[in-house]
Design a protein around this ligand. Structure first.
Ligand code: SF4
Length: 191
């Protein structure tokens, strides 16, 4: 559908600036060619790597587009028999998991009572976590409960993994936690 300046302004006036695109679409203007063209330019010459969304056990299939080792787009894989190219809003935002200026890249520590975060080296942070885990476990480990039943656990440590970590990491992580006697273990939906 052709649209003159007058009709265009009418649509804007009738829908408000924030919903102008919706108004255009509602009036019969197809944005599909422009959207398809923009998408084509963004992923032209990109290497395509099939993958899956890391966020939940649905495991929707994705196509990761990269140019010179940098991810430029992540979208649903239409070949997937169960998701057929669809991603929920969380999955549709996977790109921002990789390319995001707000993503912390250093260990940040805020001491009890402090108001500011302090940058720590990774070694120092790992040593501190190990120190606190050992201290807490030593202080709270229970071998037997009241009726004499052997439990070998501590309920004072909670282990939180994450869906965006690799399956292998989460597997080793929960093995380590179980070995320590931790019973409250959560790795989101992967294990
Ligand atoms: S796209 Fe949504 S539903 Fe699919 S695996 Fe990711 S989080 Fe789960």
């Amino acid at each position: 559908m052709e649209m003159g300046r007058r009709e265009f302004l009418k649509v804007l006036g009738g829908t408000g600036g924030g919903t102008a695109l919706g108004g255009l679409v509602a009036s019969g203007v197809s944005l599909a060619p422009s959207v398809a063209r923009a998408q084509q330019l963004r992923i032209r010459d990109a290497k395509v790597t099939p993958s899956i969304c890391p966020y939940c056990a649905v495991g929707c299939a994705t196509l990761v587009h990269s140019i010179a080792g940098r991810i430029v787009s992540v979208e649903g894989d239409p070949r997937s028999p169960h998701s057929e190219g669809c991603l929920c809003p969380k999955g549709a935002a996977i790109f921002q998991l990789h390319v995001n200026p707000n993503r912390p890249t250093q260990v940040l520590h805020r001491a009890p009572g402090a108001t500011e975060w302090e940058v720590w080296g990774l070694e120092r942070a790992m040593d501190r976590v190990a120190e606190l885990v050992k201290k807490t476990r030593d202080e709270t480990f229970v071998e037997k409960i009241g009726n004499g039943k052997q439990v070998n656990h501590t309920t004072s440590i909670f282990a939180l993994g994450g869906a965006t970590l690799e399956i292998e990491f989460n597997h080793i992580h929960q093995k380590l936690m179980r070995g320590l006697g931790v019973v409250a273990i959560e790795n989101q939906a992967r294990i």
